[in-house]
Design a protein around this ligand. Structure first.
Ligand code: NAG
Ligand code: NAG
Ligand code: NAG
Ligand code: NAG
Ligand code: NAG
Length: 319
C-alpha cells in the first residue's frame, strides 16, 4: 500500500472525512478502524431448512483473507467521490473459483452529511466512512451457496463492543428493512459500526434483490494475534483485546448470490456517537394523517353534536 509519502492525496487533508478515509486507506483492508475481516465463509444452503440456523448450512473450507492478494489501491482512488477500492482474490486458487471474481472493499468518505444513492441509504455525516464489501464473479462451490464474513475487532477496553439492534417504523430508505444494527465501543476512543441488516444480490440494490444479513454477537477471542498495521497500533495502543463476530448473508430460498454471482453489503464506521436517523418526511406525513384523522373525526363529531341535528323532535316517539 505505497504512497504513504503523499498524505493529502490531492484533496484537502483538513476535513474530517478525507482524514478518516486516509486512515482507512492506510489501515485497510488488513484493519478497518480496528476491524479486520478475517475470512470469507461459504456454506452449502441446499438442505438448510431453518433459515435462522447458524451456520446456515454445511460449511465449505473458508477463504482466509490473509492469503488474498490485493490490487494496488492507488489506481482506484477517486478524489471526486472520496473513495478507494481494495480488490483481492486468493493467492492460491487451485479450483479457479476466483478466476473471474474478486472480493472488493470500497471505502468512501463524505464531505458533508447525506445519504448515498444506493440502498440501504444510511444517514452519514462528514465524520463517518462507508465500507462496502462486494463479492462478484467468483464461482460458488454449490448451487445454493450462502456467504459470510468473519470480522475481528479490537478495542482498548476489556469488553467487546456491544451489538445492538434498533427497530424503527421507518423503511423509506431501505425498503422492508425496519432494523438498524450497530456495534458500539463505549470506552474511549468511542466508535461505532452501523448497518442495516440487508445485503443485495444485484448491483442496483432493491427490494427484489435484498437478502437478510445476520450478525452474531462479538465474543472475546485470543485466536487472532493480528498483524496490526502501524496506524491501528497508534490509534488503539498495543494493549488490545480482540473480539470476533460473524456476518452471514441470505437464506437458501429467495434471492441469493446464485442469481448474478454478486453480493454486496455496506456499513458505516466512525468515531464518537453514531448518527441518529430522524423519521423520514413520508413517515411523518403518514403519522400526522394517521393520528390526525381520528382527532379530526372526533372534532367533527363533537361539532356535529353541538351544531348539527337540531330537529330531533322529528324522531321523537310517535306513540
Ligand atoms: C501503486 O501504483 C502507484 C501509481 O499508480 C505507484 O506509484 C506505486 O508504486 C504502486 N505501489 C505498488 C505497491 O505497486
Ligand atoms: C440433501 O438432502 C438430500 C435428501 O435428504 C440428500 O440426498 C442430499 O445428499 C443432501 N445434500 C446435501 C448437500 O447435504
Ligand atoms: C472466466 O471468463 C472466461 C471468459 O469470459 C470464461 O471463458 C471462463 O470460463 C471463466 N471462468 C470461470 C471459472 O468462470
Ligand atoms: C446444481 O444443479 C444442477 C442442476 O440442477 C445439478 O446437476 C448439479 O449437480 C448441482 N450441483 C451441486 C453442486 O449441487
Ligand atoms: C464464524 O462461523 C464459522 C463457521 O460457521 C465458525 O467456525 C466460527 O467460529 C464463527 N466465528 C465467530 C466469531 O462466531
Amino acid at each position: 500500500m505505497g504512497s504513504r509519502e503523499g498524505p493529502c492525496w490531492g484533496w484537502g487533508c483538513c476535513a474530517p472525512g478525507p482524514v478518516l478515509l486516509l486512515s482507512l486507506l492506510w489501515a485497510a483492508p488488513s484493519a478497518l478502524l480496528g476491524e479486520e475481516t478475517r475470512q470469507l465463509f461459504e456454506f452449502d444452503g441446499t438442505n438448510a431448512s431453518d433459515t435462522a440456523a447458524q451456520p446456515p448450512g454445511r460449511p465449505y473450507p473458508p477463504y482466509s483473507l490473509a492469503e488474498f492478494s490485493w490490487s494496488n489501491v492507488s489506481g482506484s482512488v477517486d478524489p471526486a467521490t472520496l473513495s478507494a477500492t481494495f480488490q483481492g482474490h486468493p493467492t492460491g486458487d487451485p479450483t479457479g473459483a476466483f478466476a473471474n471474481g474478486s472480493l472488493a472493499f470500497r471505502v468512501q468518505a463524505f464531505p458533508r452529511s447525506g445519504r448515498p444513492a444506493q440502498p440501504p441509504r444510511l444517514l452519514h455525516t462528514a465524520d463517518t466512512c462507508q465500507l462496502e464489501v462486494a463479492l462478484s464473479g467468483a464461482s460458488p462451490r454449490g448451487n445454493r451457496s450462502l456467504f459470510g464474513l468473519e470480522v475481528a475487532t479490537l478495542g482498548p477496553g476489556p469488553a467487546c463492543p456491544s451489538l445492538q439492534g434498533q427497530h424503527s417504523i421507518d423503511d423509506e430508505y431501505a425498503p422492508a428493512v425496519f432494523q438498524l444494527d450497530q456495534l458500539l465501543w463505549g470506552s474511549l476512543p468511542s466508535g461505532f459500526v452501523q448497518w442495516r441488516p440487508v445485503a443485495f444480490s444485484q448491483k442496483q440494490g432493491g427490494r427484489e434483490s435484498a437478502l437478510p444479513c445476520r450478525a452474531s454477537p462479538p465474543y472475546p477471542t485470543l485466536a487472532y494475534l493480528l498483524s496490526q498495521s502501524p496506524i491501528v497500533r497508534a490509534f488503539f495502543g498495543s494493549q488490545n483485546n480482540f473480539c470476533a463476530f460473524n456476518l452471514t448473508f441470505g437464506t437458501p430460498t429467495g434471492p441469493g448470490y446464485w442469481d448474478q454471482h454478486y453480493l454486496s453489503w455496506s456499513a458505516l464506521l466512525g468515531v464518537g456517537a453514531p448518527p441518529v436517523d430522524a423519521l423520514s418526511p413520508l413517515v411523518l406525513g403518514i403519522m400526522v394523517v394517521a393520528l390526525g384523522a381520528p382527532a379530526l373525526l372526533l372534532l367533527a363529531g363533537g361539532l356535529f353534536l353541538l351544531l348539527g341535528p337540531k330537529g330531533y323532535s322529528e324522531y321523537q316517539r310517535i306513540n
